[in-house]
Design a protein around this ligand. Structure first.
Ligand SMILES: [Zn+2]
Length: 448
């Protein structure tokens, strides 16, 4: 990666820490690789993205059911899907320093030459044979210490939906096609977590399993492709950095007849953001066979039992946040010095507006400002009180965290009940009646 792009990642990581978005996990103990903690602004951003996703893909639709399955599942689930045997990355270990690397990231996998001619990127020592490394975290459940007590932290949220397919059919009797949606944590024991929150060991998936009759799969594959692009545009990820990659047959999961990766131009390279996959009837059939529970679907009109097929749009939450940060980060030189800001849409900005009295120590300004702050907070929730430093500094700080508007109460306010409202992107200010403030912001959010 070149210097400029490297620089952008550094700026974003630094901003995230400084302003309370994202901290290194267990930082005071030297951290824990592949884990990150979300601070007050980070968790708010996360929640707004989740809410927006849920609203678009679950609440506004008539053919979608939300579920929330547990992270721990019966180990038979992962045997049935092949994860216990096959969910692995190729790994090589350095014989000298014992560090482990993903073989496919060292560019030595699939090469004709024997691996032992390659050297460790850390110490130059010899690398061992390529081995399979299962990426599922395992643990033991209950007091028994034998193999029957092994459970796995789920490596994908999808299976929670497949194993509940029959429950949903029995409770809601929805005709095909319909979908299940879930937002939740998944875990992968990445050999080399890297690139900030891009490749981590604990992450959130926002995922849909859309069940349909086999003959309809192409139609709905195209439909979901459009829906995913619509979402990317909706939250404000830069469409110019999105590329669709039609995954080759050789690189697809064996059960998939078609997969598209939605890739994003991250500063460290073009890489997967979202995935859209046609999973055929692989999962339900496997679970039917392994559990001996019939997971077929009865088509009333045709009077026949079929195995539903499935289209799976999947969205990584942390990657969404990273792509959004990168898309939103801007610098300009409108003032005397370079200012940086996050051009978040009002619907997902962690702070919608900041309210300030012009002077911190004038009681009448503070009291008036506080009334406005309280009424806006009751209406919108994500409103910040900011009376620290001079106005210029407050603007810079709010720009950096992506606050679309700053509202300032000054001496004119006391005379005519107007406030100054300043726009983040243009830096322009205008005066507006206090009584119009809530409607003004509501309208702005709606049109954003
Ligand atoms: Zn080494």
């Amino acid at each position: 990666m070149d210097k400029k792009e490297n620089n952008l990642m550094e700026k974003i990581i630094s901003l995230c820490k400084r302003r309370g978005f994202i901290y290194q996990g267990s930082e005071i103990y030297g951290g824990l690789a592949g884990t990150w903690d979300y601070g007050p602004l980070g968790v708010t951003l996360k929640n707004y993205i989740k809410n927006l996703w849920w609203k678009k893909f679950v609440e506004s639709r008539e053919d979608m059911y939300g579920i929330d399955a547990d992270i721990l599942m019966n180990a038979e689930v992962w045997k049935a899907t092949g994860h216990v045997d096959n969910f692995s990355d190729p790994m090589v270990e350095c014989k000298k320093c014992k560090k482990r690397f993903r073989a496919d990231q060292l560019d030595i996998s699939n090469s004709d030459k024997k691996l032992d001619i390659s050297n460790c990127p850390e110490c130059g020592g010899k690398l061992g044979e390529e081995k399979k490394f299962n990426m599922m975290f395992s643990t033991k459940i209950g007091a028994l210490e034998d193999s029957s007590s092994i459970v796995y932290l789920r490596p994908e949220t999808a299976q929670g939906m497949f194993v509940n397919f029959k429950n949903i059919i029995d409770s809601f009797h929805h005709k095909l096609p319909f979908g299940l949606a879930q937002i939740g944590k998944a875990f992968r024991n990445e050999i080399t977590p890297r690139d900030f929150i891009f490749r981590v060991r604990e992450f959130n998936q926002m995922e849909i399993e859309y069940f349909l009759e086999e003959e309809d799969w192409e139609k709905y594959f195209n439909y979901w492709r459009e829906e995913m692009l619509d979402w990317i545009n909706l939250i404000g990820i830069d469409m110019n950095h999105i590329h669709e990659l039609e995954v080759d047959k050789d690189d697809r999961a064996h059960y998939s007849d078609r997969t598209i990766d939605f890739e994003f131009d991250f500063p460290f390279g073009r890489n997967e953001l979202y995935g859209l996959s046609y999973r055929s009837d692989f999962d339900l059939s496997r679970h039917s066979n392994s559990s001996s529970v019939d997971l077929s679907y009865f088509n009333e009109e045709k009077k026949e039992r079929i195995a539903p097929h499935v289209i799976e749009p999947t969205f990584g939450l942390e990657r969404t946040i990273l792509a959004l940060m990168i898309s939103s980060y801007k610098e300009d030189t409108k003032g005397k010095e370079i200012r940086s800001y996050l051009a978040f849409k009002p619907s997902i900005a962690p702070v919608l507006c900041a309210v300030s009295p012009l002077l911190k120590n004038k009681k009448e300004l503070r009291d008036y400002a506080h009334l406005i702050y309280r009424s806006l907070k009751d209406e919108f929730g994500k409103v910040m009180w900011d009376d620290n430093g001079n106005i210029g500094k407050r603007y810079r700080r709010q720009d950096e965290i992506g606050t679309p508007w700053c509202i300032v109460i000054d001496f004119d306010t006391l005379k005519d009940n107007t406030v100054t409202i300043r726009d983040r992107d243009t830096g322009k200010q205008k005066r507006i009646k206090k009584s119009r403030l809530i409607n003004y912001l509501r309208k702005k959010i709606k049109n954003s």
